[in-house]
Write a protein that binds this ligand. Structure first.
Ligand code: PA5
Length: 448
């Protein structure tokens, strides 16, 4: 049995057959991906990463974290896009969205993923109540959002702890040799970890990009790597036996939906703690596939919350999307039970004695039946209990299916040329050196 399963019970037979017709091509793409011979092959270092480098990396990070000669209760992750979304996705999935400070993990807060002064000011003003450690993460080392936030945070740390201790409390994850952050880290003597050259941001969570902050906050990086490894092992068997694999079947389903007119894929999760996982998933698929006028627009919803806001559209609006339900085996530890009450004024006694998880599962099943009945193809990705191993497996599952889905679509799933357009305009508008001609053009456009 695969560690992550796909169910197509609520997908129409015609779409399932269309998806199956892409299986042979998906296998060919998987082989090219595994060999680094696909489009963007120079960016496939993430494939089989746990086997190739993951174990050495986790050992290195664990021994570093044990050697820290100071205490800390807060990890500040400074990064944007692929440099922070994976960490946030896993941390929140494993410890919950609202951190009440009770769990075994240290709190992680995030900065550098926006340019809103209000949020940064709130963070800076809360820091005096904590013993912070910073992990600044930027592959290029020149991205504006994290660079702006890091300038402020660095000043704060130096003022509060003095330059020497501030330097020990700052860890940089960046390119091995180039970029402004590498230069700064060397000048200031920060500990550094490397973002491998052959791994792009959105595929980087299993590298130092995600493993450093997660380990520093107490998550089990070894178990995450093991979970991911199990998927790569299954895939290597798939390549030998040429049999179907759920990650490939999911890629085929997405492609079949795209080819038969769907424009959107909605990832539905009945767990608020997966909200940020949805954000990671959206970046993965959005940046990998949204090219050349192609690709499903990735959206995510959290149930049952969003059934009370988007439910009407999903049931009855434009039929241009597929829905993918993501679920985990419930754990007996979460067994909160609906209580019996004598007066039954809220009329809930018919649920008395039932675990709330079971009520949630029935709500999801009811939703699948309703949406399927309303003409929406409803696929389901079913995982083991929510924990480090399962999350590692799920990351590998989605990374592989995304890459294969992009290759089926005929795009390079590892570049993101479209992201540059806003950056160039921003640099021009803010008066960065070298962007003078664009500035003239934009100002003329605005003044019209
Ligand atoms: O997936 C990507 O490549 C992007 O989201 C980058 O991770 C993001 O733009 C941040 O880039 P950098 O790590 O160079 O600061």
């Amino acid at each position: 049995m695969a560690s992550v399963e796909l169910s197509l019970q609520f997908v129409a037979k015609e779409l399932v057959e269309e998806a199956q017709s892409w299986r042979a091509q998906a296998l060919t793409h998987l082989q090219m991906l595994a060999d680094g011979r696909c489009a963007g092959g120079e960016w496939t270092g993430w494939y089989d990463y746990p086997q190739k480098n993951g174990r050495d990396l986790t050992k290195q990070i664990t021994s570093f974290s044990k050697s820290l000669g100071f205490s800390y209760d807060l990890v500040i992750v400074v990064g944007i896009g692929g440099s922070y979304l994976g960490t946030r996705a896993l941390a929140e999935a494993l410890s919950g969205k609202e951190d009440f400070g009770q769990g075994p993990y240290k709190k992680i807060v995030y900065a550098g993923h926006h340019l809103a002064a209000s949020e940064l000011a709130d963070l800076l003003s809360a820091l005096d109540h904590h013993e912070p450690l910073i992990n600044v993460i930027s592959k290029s080392g020149t991205t504006t959002e994290p660079a702006v936030a890091f300038r402020l945070l660095r000043q704060y740390m130096e003022k509060r702890f003095g330059k020497e201790e501030a330097s020990r409390r700052i860890i940089a994850t960046t390119d091995e040799s180039k970029g402004a952050l590498r230069q700064l880290a060397e000048k200031e003597g920060y500990e550094t970890f490397v973002v491998p050259d052959d791994i792009g941001g959105r595929y980087s969570v299993l590298s130092a990009v995600g493993m450093v902050p997660l380990t520093l906050a107490g998550y089990d990086a070894v178990a995450i790597q093991e979970g991911a490894h199990s998927v790569f092992q299954e895939l290597s068997q798939t390549l030998q036996s040429k049999t179907p694999h759920p990650a490939l079947d999911y890629a085929c389903l997405r492609h079949a939906a795209h080819e038969t007119g769907a424009a959107v894929e909605v990832l539905a999760m009945a767990e608020p703690r997966l909200t940020s996982f949805g954000e990671w998933w959206k970046q993965l698929f959005g940046e990998s596939e949204g090219k050349g006028g192609k690709g499903l627009f990735p959206a995510s919803v959290v149930y049952t919350t969003d059934l009370h806001s988007l439910g009407q559209y999903l049931q009855d609006g434009k039929r241009h999307f597929v829905e993918t339900f993501l679920s985990f085996q419930s754990s007996p530890d979460d067994a909160l039970i609906v209580q019996y009450v004598e007066d039954d004024l809220d009329q809930l006694n018919y649920l008395a004695g039932k675990p709330i998880d079971e009520v949630n599962e029935q709500a999801v099943l009811a939703t699948k039946l309703a949406h399927h009945g309303g003409g929406v193809p409803c696929a389901a990705i079913e995982c083991g209990p929510l924990g480090e191993q399962t999350m590692g497996a799920l990351v590998a599952f989605f990374e592989v299916s995304c890459a294969v889905s992009g290759l089926l679509l005929g795009v390079n799933p590892f570049d993101q040329p479209g992201v540059e357009a806003y950056k160039e305009n921003m640099f021009a508008l803010l008066g960065k050196k070298g962007f003078e001609p664009q500035r003239e053009k934009l100002l003329a456009q605005i003044q019209k």
